[in-house]
Structures are given as structure tokens and as C-alpha cells.
Design a protein around this ligand. Structure first.
Ligand SMILES: [Ca+2]
Ligand SMILES: [Ca+2]
Length: 186
């Protein structure tokens, strides 16, 4: 990694950190996931009990997966812990023989994220789902539309494609990589 790509990667991960820090107290805790899930469930619609339950369990899974970054186990993830955790993860992913356990843990996280964006659970991300999620995370509409055009097949983003983009997002330190437009979804 050159210092330039390293700083790009750091910036990307720092941005992600602050998206998760929903109460803006400078660390990520389980409370942040409650806040995010409450807001997200408003996107899905409050009237569907089944979906609400799905969301609650997805939130728990995602929270557990992400709290692995809490290296000193004090219940909160600092920015340093976050960057260390993801730097290790990215290094592991760049190896030809990635530790299967690490891959498995990350897959769980990616699957959960995908299911949270796939609001109607039909196995692909439609443009309106993408736009809604982008809007939720404060991405402006033009950027959101443009990114969807780049990565989708016509009007939909297939599950496998989405998942491999999410993986590349963590791994890649290339400022021009197409996965960068997933900037908010992990
Ligand atoms: Ca927080
Ligand atoms: Ca900690």
C-alpha cells in the first residue's frame, strides 16, 4: 500500500465509523445499533410485524459481528479499534489463503447488510431500495443514482454482485474502485 492509498482507505473506513456512530458520542456501542435500527425500520414500514422482527434479529446479528472490533472488550469501539480491526480484516482478505473463519464471519455480516437493504426480500436490490438506503445514510440523490448505474444490471443489483462489492469495499484501497460507491452499507 502506498501512503496515498492507505490514507484513502483510512478515510473510507473512518467515514463508515461515523455512519455507525448514530448518537455521535465518538464510539460505536450497541446503543448505536438500536438507534439505527429504529430509523431503518421506519423505512421498511412499521405495520408489518414479521419485517419488524426480521429487523430486530438482523440488528442483533450485525451488532454482534461489528462488536468484534471492540478489542479491549469495554463495550465500545473507538475509532482506533475500528481502523485496526478493518486493517487486519483487509489484510486477511488480500491473502490467497484467507482464514475461512474470518471469511465466514464477514459473510454473515454482508448477508445481514444485504437483507437489510433488500427491503422487500426478493433477492436483489432495486433502484428505489438503493436510493432509499443512500438517502438514509445521507448520500445525495445524484451520487446515489450514478452509483446505482455503475453497479447495477439495468434496474437491479443482483445478490452475488452486491455481496462481492461489499467485500471489495473493505479490501480495496484503490480510490477509483467501483465498490467505493457502496460507501455506507457495511
Ligand atoms: Ca456512539
Ligand atoms: Ca473498546
Amino acid at each position: 500500500m502506498t501512503s496515498e492509498t492507505k490514507s484513502f482507505w483510512n478515510e473510507k473506513m473512518t467515514h463508515l465509523f461515523y455512519l455507525y456512530d448514530a448518537d455521535r458520542d465518538g464510539s460505536i456501542t450497541p446503543l448505536d445499533f438500536e438507534i439505527l435500527a429504529d430509523k431503518l425500520s421506519a423505512l421498511v414500514g412499521q405495520d408489518d410485524i414479521k419485517r419488524r422482527e426480521d429487523y430486530a434479529s438482523a440488528r442483533k446479528t450485525l451488532c454482534q459481528a461489528i462488536m468484534r472490533a471492540d478489542a479491549n472488550k469495554d463495550g465500545k469501539i473507538t475509532l482506533d479499534e475500528w481502523l485496526d480491526f478493518h486493517a487486519n480484516l483487509a489484510n486477511e482478505l488480500r491473502k490467497p489463503d484467507t482464514n475461512p473463519e474470518v471469511l465466514e464471519q464477514l459473510s454473515e455480516r454482508i448477508n445481514t447488510t444485504f437483507n437489510m437493504i433488500d427491503l422487500n426480500h426478493d433477492g436483489y436490490i432495486a433502484k428505489d431500495e438503493w436510493l432509499k438506503t443512500c438517502q438514509f445514510f445521507g448520500v445525495d440523490e445524484k451520487t446515489a443514482e450514478k452509483s446505482f448505474e455503475q453497479i447495477s444490471d439495468g434496474d437491479r443489483l443482483e445478490e452475488d454482485k452486491a455481496k462481492s462489492l461489499f467485500l471489495e469495499y473493505i479490501k480495496s484501497d484503490d480510490p477509483n474502485h467501483v465498490s467505493n460507491c457502496c460507501l455506507c452499507f457495511l
